[in-house]
Design a protein. Sequence first.
Lengths: 245, 576
Amino acid sequence: MATYTPTTPIDHVGHGSKPPVPPAGGVDDGRGGGDVPNYGARLRRARLGLACGIATVCMLFVSLTSAYIVRQGLGTFDGASNTYVRDWGRVDLPWLLLAINTAVLLISSVTMEFARRRAALQAALAPVQSIPGVSLGNEKSFPWLGITVLLGVAFLSGQWLAWGELHARGFFVATNPNSSFVFLLTIAHAVHLCGGMIALLWAAGASLLHKPVEARRIVVDITAWYWHFMAVLWIYVFALLGFAR
Amino acid sequence: MATPASVHAHAPQGFIRKYIFSLDHKVIGIQYYFLALSAVFVGMLLSILMRVHMIWPTASLPLLGEIKPETYLALMTMHGTIMVFFVLTTAPQGGFGNYVLPIQIGAPDMAFPVLNMLSFWTTFVAYMVMLAAFFVVGGAPLHGWTGYPPLSAIPSAGPGEGLGADLWITSIAIFCIASLMGALNFITTTLDLRAKGMTMMRMPLTVWSWFITAILGLLAFGVLLSAGILLLMDRNLGTSFYVPTTMVNGVMTWHKGGSPLLWQHLFWFFGHPEVYIAILPGMGVASQVLSTFSRKPIFGYRAMVYAMLSIGFFGFMVWGHHMFMSGMSPYSAFAFSLLTMCIGVPSAIKTFNWLGTMYKGRIRFSTPMLYAIGFVSLFVSGGLSGPFLAQPVLDIQLHDTAFVPAHFHLIMGVAAIFGIFSATYYWFPKMFGRMMNETLGRIHFFITLAGTYAIFMPMHYAGMAGQTRRYSQFTEVAFLQKLIPLNTFITWAAIITVSAQFIFVINLFWSMFKGPKASDNPWESTTLEWTTATPPPHDNFGGVTPVVNHGPYEYGVPGAAKDYVMQTDPPTGTSH
């Protein structure tokens, strides 16, 4: 194998969950001495933006949760007994289907993590591969991203089936406050997951369109963290609906 | 290193990309500003119509005819909503924050320029949807800017509560999404794009104020969005989150078991931080301008930063003081009351620091400075009635009177507007390369300041005398007869003050094209925006990355050649 001197220090690129190390001496403006922001700074910036976005989604679901708990404790006036009665109602959740969906989403989170690590590796090795005469082999990489997209579609389809099953059991949005929240929380989660799906498809498209490997890695990286967050959020929603009935 | 020429080559040339769907934060800031300018004139027109109706309820107005009571409520709703969302939230943060923040921290643009453009155009869509509520069947909604259910949740509750209310809620939801995108961008930009040497404690206080405002927005608008979704479901999907068993116009609705208080909690959890979203940027501008035109460092820079942080922190813990009338537990009311009064401490720190900044300064009474002083004046005048309303026992007496609108118009409305005016006169030379007319600026200032006090100070007394705040007319109400002359005075003061705003608009547009050319640093300021060309190039610094060696307000430094030290001047060994 030929010897080489990488033009970009490998440590600066970052691996796995370890963010790239910013240059010392104050805050990096992201331009790295040129007029194009350097890759490490762009990745750090994208992750910071994602963290802000996740904070927002958390606030949305926290406020829905507080509404859930407050509404659960409210009553309505019952003329027959001349008193206030709890009108929360019950919902027969399709447990098995939801458990399968949960498993699918968790598996997709694992495959997404593999895709993220693969993208990080490709970005790290990109400077080496660009050197004439250097070959790192052309082994076929497993299509983790594609698998994740399929699992995401499977999860959303499963949720669709779950909503259909709820309808079949006689539970609709307006059946009772409990069912209102079941539909609201699961649909709100699905809408947010759809955002992740669009990002995933963009990342997959970036690969096909031969976008720079660094740009693709950034999209895959932040989509992966968002996807993991979606998995955690789903477990939270599932637990709330399951245990705080 | 990129040369200025190569950087300029990256600037978009086509009209659409350069001025409409621009990614340049400066263009986007100006777009936000003009959106807010159009909104403020709509809002002012509505307020004048309200005031006219209150005094001359049977007057037939051109085009509109006689204003009906329900139309009055629609005017009130739209006035409040447009002013709060599309003026007080949009101009200080979206407008000046967008234009100035990246330059003040030495960045070439916002962190996510595409998202920035999307934020503006989403705000624009929200604005259009809001205005559309005027033109649908039934007209604009009647439920006030706070949108309290059951009125806001039942389409049959009034003429504007059908499609008009749906559009109103939808517009607010779209606005929330736009604001969240904007807040995300501001936070990331501030944390990640600062130039070398621009430590957090060297950031201008304007940057701090936009940064803290963005954090408030990030945490608050998601809650309003969720509240709005629940409200839309109650209206259209048959749910009962907010509405108990209710009869409207003699007909039972399907609702049962909901609670209007749930909406109030969610709304005010957003609503109170929203007050600070409106006023914090004004605080930042006042600090910047007072220091610059007093030729003195800001008094207690760190105290100012910590005061803003604590105002933001406490802002999330006091929403219950809007709900003292809701029958909440006295213990809860006591907690909310105590926490509300705690906000007086950092507010007082800021006020005394502003006064300390001016004390023994070589003050230059230019128009931006006049407006900054006016801001402090209104902040004190409006703020002092806050502790009254923070007392549950007093609030119960004053809550539904004109005292409350008088209070919040001074502190949240006009004080924030004075911050916007100060910022406009201060940064106009940088934004448009020309100076505004000082004489017109001073005339505008004195009429607006006197007019503001003429409108809102008597309103406090009217409120204490028992004048209710939501009656569409009171000329026929016996116990309010003695207040008619006072209200007539208020209405005339409002008409004159609103008319004076045309002086500002004439000055703005005339100066944009005909004003004298501005130098790069006409106010002899120290922050980074004054180190670059006027107006700044596409990448802000012409391909040069600034390095910061000084704090933001180094005026009157002993031994210095000039009475100010730019942030980019070479280090002297004494700067912090």
